[in-house]
Design a protein around this ligand. Structure first.
Ligand code: NDP
Ligand code: DGY
Length: 322
């Protein structure tokens, strides 16, 4: 028996389960997040759990599930919502959804970067509210990618896909940081591995595409922003907690950096009265990096197949190495 928390009515994923006689499904059949109490009650005694990144799968949930639980399949590549140490200790296997969402997320990262550096939302708003009076030489000027230096925090699957898409815009230099140099990935972009401080100081655009870990939490903070150029732009499509939002607000309001684009925030959703939302030089999206129909459908099918393979004791299409 397995529990399937459904974020979307994905017919293809449903068919995967229907075609399999491996398990019976108990499903949270709504686009709204499952109430915690429902999750805790529903998971009891189950062998598998298919979850979303909006649910914290922590000790409380694992205890509520009990010793039957052997497989967790998450509809995400990010796994920061899972208590991995605790999961590993209990011998539970984890399936996740890398690769198939890389293109969509990289594409959105580029869209967000262009929106922030060329002031697209602000400009579009001016057309609607009468702010557009005439053509003026410096009105709505921003910063372009030609001849720029782009710093990628986390040259992983998505970081590389972002660099690949930005290169044809005429980027002069790529820098990257991470836990170790990755010459095999960097060679395509002739990217230099640098310390975080140097990346902050030299980049015209900083794109955050790392995973959220204890090491990366709050990595973009006051010190980081104080090193960035006044003309530089920060883009975050990883997880909100990599950026210290109070420090970012100060950096944006004081002109320490030019602009920011965030697809991810803390918390999610960001309260509508959050100070960052009052800034014209901050573009905020509601965590839509992987949100194309094709990608979400592929993610759902993969998550279903991960779960089924795990329940059958087979190797999963994408198993996280714990
Ligand atoms: P990868 O595992 O391929 O890449 C993660 C990168 O993070 C690695 O290159 C890793 O570098 C880097 N990293 C880890 N620790 C550090 C550190 N201390 N400093 C700098 N970099 C570090 O994952 P993906 O590219 O597939 O996904 C990355 C993240 O993007 C996900 O974990 C998820 O949180 C987020 N995401 C967001 C989406 C959205 O909708 N906005 C959609 C999809 C993913 P190294 O190997 O050197 O440690
Ligand atoms: C992930 O997969 O981690 C994203 O944040 C959503 O696709």
């Amino acid at each position: 028996e397995a529990r399937f928390e459904q974020a979307e009515s994905d017919a293809r994923a449903q068919k995967v389960f229907q075609a399999s006689s491996v398990c019976s499904i108990q499903q949270w059949d709504s686009d709204e997040p499952i109430p915690r109490s429902e999750l805790l009650a529903g998971v009891a005694g189950k062998h598998g759990l298919l979850c979303l990144l909006s649910e914290r799968i922590d000790k409380e949930v694992l205890d509520a599930a009990g010793s039957n639980l052997k497989i967790i399949s998450t509809l995400s590549v990010g796994v920061d919502h899972l208590a991995l140490e605790e999961i590993k200790k209990r011998g539970i296997r984890v399936g996740y959804t890398p690769d198939i969402l890389t293109d969509a997320t990289a594409e959105l990262s580029v869209a967000l970067l262009l929106a922030a550096c060329r002031r697209l939302p602000e400009s579009a708003e001016a057309v609607k509210n009468g702010g557009w009076t005439t053509w003026k030489p410096l009105w709505m000027c921003g910063y372009g990618l030609s001849d720029s230096t782009v710093g990628i925090i986390g040259l992983g699957r998505i970081g590389q896909a972002v660099a690949r898409r930005l290169k044809p815009f005429g980027v002069k230099k790529f820098l990257y940081t991470g836990s170790r140099p990755k010459p095999e990935s960097a060679v395509e972009f002739q990217a230099d591995f640098v310390p975080l401080t140097k990346l902050a100081e030299e980049s015209d655009f900083v794109v955050v595409t790392c995973s959220l870990t204890p090491d990366t939490k709050g990595m973009c903070d006051k010190d980081f922003f104080s090193r960035m150029k006044k003309t530089s732009v920060l883009i975050n499509t990883s997880r909100g907690a990599v950026v210290n939002q109070e420090d970012l607000y100060q950096a944006l309001v004081s002109g320490q950096i030019a602009a920011a684009g965030l697809d991810v925030t803390t918390p999610e959703p960001l309260p509508t009265d959050h100070p960052l939302l009052s800034l014209k030089n901050c573009v905020i999206l509601p965590h839509i990096g992987s949100a194309t129909y094709a990608t979400r459908s592929a993610m759902s099918v993969l998550a279903a197949n991960n779960l089924l393979a795990g329940l059958k004791g087979e190797s999963m299409p994408n198993e996280l190495q714990l």
